[in-house]
Design a protein around this ligand. Structure first.
Ligand SMILES: Cc1cc2nc3c(=O)[nH]c(=O)nc-3n(C[C@H](O)[C@H](O)[C@H](O)COP(=O)(O)O)c2cc1C
Ligand code: SF4
Length: 678
């Protein structure tokens, strides 16, 4: 047996966990009609197959109708969920993993205009900044009802074959009672710590009475809100001890921080550029003080840090949640001594940010996650070995190369630059976004192992490509910044890429006109402001940087506000003129009736990219499919069979930004879903 601390079994009451790695509660927003149907099951089972000890399915499954599904949560208050849960638990158990579910009442952390349009309840009228609903102050009959709802939901989960349930008590109703900041009740449920904790213990007692002892019950709670006037560390320790001493629960799952604002949430679940494992020592302190089974997750993205978390005795079970969205087979790869093959989580937080925008969770660089029913995590070999030539070694080209090589094809990649990476190399210029380069490094190391041939510094012409006698050609040449957006003066502006790459020196008084609203605009602003320039970001949109979602925006704002960058929304840069050494910006508005002139010494445009597609169009007449992609075949996961030119010698495809400006995930998904069937 291995002596790897991560691979040691753990006895949690009657439940033997096969190793020390868990996936903590997370709602990937895959439910259909509030139920965990095939897609949800396939996603969950993939992690069980990959070897994880326990998967905490769902995040925040709702126990009551007035806890509406604000990010497409499971509806644990419906009886019809039981058979769906049963199918999932049976399938996970068959793979040797344990499975639990997190239950919650969101309290004020939701919206009244979701679900059944019931008023939101909380122990005070204070609204949560993130979700904006003004709550009704909870009444005695609400409290009784919700306690019963928790017990009913737990019973449904037991009937569905779950190994246990976990209660969510950070930012949700349970800790809205516990925190002095959000509890303004009098009497039995407000005031002293005893009273503020009463609701939590009433819920735990009701659940325990219903599910009996042979069912795991845990609480995921904040043991330090890190907010003035909130639950501090001392009280958090006291809460931890009381939870243990209650005899009602089997483990503690420690959180530090608060999630009522985007900034708070991002400190609880740090993203790229923020420190790894920031709350691990704190979790260790709770474990030392309570001597009770302790779980914890918060940016422990790599095996070495996870191993340290266990070996140092700070926690009993270590959560690697986003890491498993990036690579569901972490444990299997540890066992097979293939840690180098683990696809690294780069903390891009595309997964989590999307659910808060009403989308499903997708991993920025694993397009199979959440698409297990159609996209493979492990690529099958092709029946016939083909020669595949790929032009471009950005994320799309490298994913195409990796997948084609996994299929067993002979793969040749041409790249004009010295190094692989394309736009990601540019992104990684920002210190905070350096982790993004792992998207490229991982693919390069996989491609090298698989024998892909790379030609860097090679500007591929049509002849170069055809000289390879390819069966398939994939154009992944990306795009170039698109700055031609003005009625006059396009030659006077620079692009956000010019700034980020260092090709153009930052100005001192700079306007960034950003109607792409993505990372590049903010990155350019940060570069300029850090170099000492005064920066104004202007957008015609209602809000700035709409493509940079909630948690990703946090580190930018922490930096840009200190650098005094200003934001002007709803104005459009229309033209630029030169006046001496200055640039005159002519500013209008889509709402009409506005014509202003402003003076700057540098004007930067961030307007996405325009495809670099010359080679594609040169090759198109010589190809057998004339570049056609059958969308039906692509979506159904069948090989492309378009045949439009009898003289054509090769199939030709175009992916990523060489087609149209999109994002890294779209580029990688383009590549995976096309090439897995080549
Ligand atoms: C898509 C997504 C949804 C999440 N939803 C929940 C949730 O409902 N409840 C919860 O306690 N944690 C939730 N989390 C937080 C995770 O359980 C975990 O604490 C967090 O991702 C940090 O751990 P990691 O760095 O290993 O990913 C969610 C995380 C993700 C990525
Ligand atoms: S999107 Fe980013 S943070 Fe989320 S799982 Fe993928 S790599 Fe990790």
């Amino acid at each position: 047996m291995s002596n790897d601390p991560l691979l040691q079994p753990y006895q949690l009451k009657h439940l033997t966990l096969r190793n020390r790695i868990i996936v903590t509660a997370h709602e990937p927003a895959y439910p259909e009609d509030g139920m965990p149907k095939e897609r949800y099951r396939a996603y969950t089972v993939e992690r069980a197959k990959g070897g994880v000890a326990m998967t905490m399915t769902a995040g925040s499954a709702a126990v009551s109708k007035d806890s509406p599904p604000v990010f497409n949560n499971l509806l644990a208050y419906k009886d019809e969920i039981v058979p769906w849960i049963r199918e999932m638990t049976d399938a996970v158990h068959e793979e040797g993993a344990a499975i639990m579910i997190q239950l919650t009442h969101l309290g004020r952390r939701t919206r009244w205009d979701k679900g059944e349009w019931l008023p939101v309840v909380a122990p005070s009228h204070h609204r949560e900044a993130s979700h904006r609903a003004f709550p009704k102050k909870i009444e005695d009959w609400d409290i009784e009802r919700i306690i019963k709802d928790f017990a009913d939901a737990a019973e449904r989960m037991k009937a569905g074959g779950m190994d246990g349930v976990e209660l969510e008590a950070y930012g949700h109703l349970l800790d809205q009672f516990a925190s002095p900041l959000t509890n303004e009740l009098d009497g039995p449920y407000g005031g002293s710590l005893d009273n503020r904790m009463r609701f939590c213990f009433d819920v735990l007692k009701a659940i325990r009475a219903r599910v009996g002892d042979d069912f795991i019950l845990g609480v995921r709670y904040t043991a330090d809100e890190c907010l003035p006037g909130g639950t501090g560390k001392e009280e958090g320790l006291e809460i931890s001890k009381r939870l243990k001493e209650s005899g009602l629960i089997d483990y503690l799952n420690v959180i530090r921080g608060h999630i009522d604002t985007d900034a708070g949430l991002t400190d609880v679940i740090p993203i790229q550029g923020m420190a790894n494992s920031p709350h691990l020592d704190f979790a260790g302190e709770i474990r030392a003080a309570t001597n009770f089974p302790t779980f914890h997750a918060a940016k422990i993205p790599d095996v070495a840090t996870a191993r340290h978390a266990i070996a140092s005795g700070k926690v009993d079970m270590v959560g690697m949640t986003r890491a498993h969205m990036t690579d569901p087979h972490i444990v299997r790869k540890i066992i097979e001594k293939r840690e180098d093959d683990i696809r690294p989580c780069v903390g891009a937080n595309y997964c989590l940010d999307r659910i808060y925008q009403g989308g499903a969770a997708y991993c920025i660089h694993n397009a199979a996650t959440g698409r297990e029913l159609t996209m493979p995590h492990t690529i099958a070999k092709a029946d016939r070995r083909k020669k595949v030539v790929i032009v471009g070694a950005g994320p799309a080209g490298l994913e195409a190369a990796r997948v084609a090589a996994e299929r067993g094809h002979e793969v040749v990649v041409f790249e004009a630059a010295n190094d692989p990476g394309g736009q990601i190399r540019l992104t990684a210029q920002s210190e905070r976004r350096r982790e993004m380069i792992s998207i490229i490094d991982w693919r390069m190391s996989q491609c090298e192992k698989l024998g892909v041939t790379f030609h860097f510094n090679s500007w591929a012409e049509a002849d170069t490509v055809q000289a390879e006698n390819p069966d398939v050609v994939i154009i992944a040449t990306g795009g170039l910044p698109h700055t031609e957006v003005l009625s006059k003066g396009n030659e006077l502006v620079v692009s956000s890429w010019d700034i980020i790459s260092g090709d153009v020196k930052p100005g001192t008084n700079v306007l960034i006109f950003d109607d792409a609203g993505d990372h590049a605009g903010l990155q350019a602003a940060e570069f300029i402001a850090k170099a000492g320039g005064k920066v104004e970001i202007m957008t015609p949109d209602r809000s700035f940087a709409p493509e940079v979602m909630a948690m990703n925006l946090v580190p930018y704002m922490r930096s840009l506000q200190k650098l005094d960058v200003t934001f002007t929304v709803t104005y459009r840069l229309e033209a630029v003129e030169k006046s001496g050494n200055e640039l005159v910006a002519h500013v209008g508005s889509d709402y009409g009736g506005i014509a202003k002139q402003r003076t700057f010494d540098q004007i930067v445009i961030n307007h996405g990219t325009i495809p670099l597609d010359d080679l594609y169009f040169e090759l198109k007449p010589a190809s057998s499919n004339l570049g056609e992609v059958s969308h039906d075949q692509l979506i159904a996961g069948r090989p492309q069979t378009a045949w439009r030119n009898a003289d054509g010698k090769f199939q030709l495809f175009r992916i990523g930004d060489a087609v149209a400006a999109r994002n890294t995930h779209a580029a990688i998904y383009d590549a995976l879903r096309l090439v897995k069937d080549i």
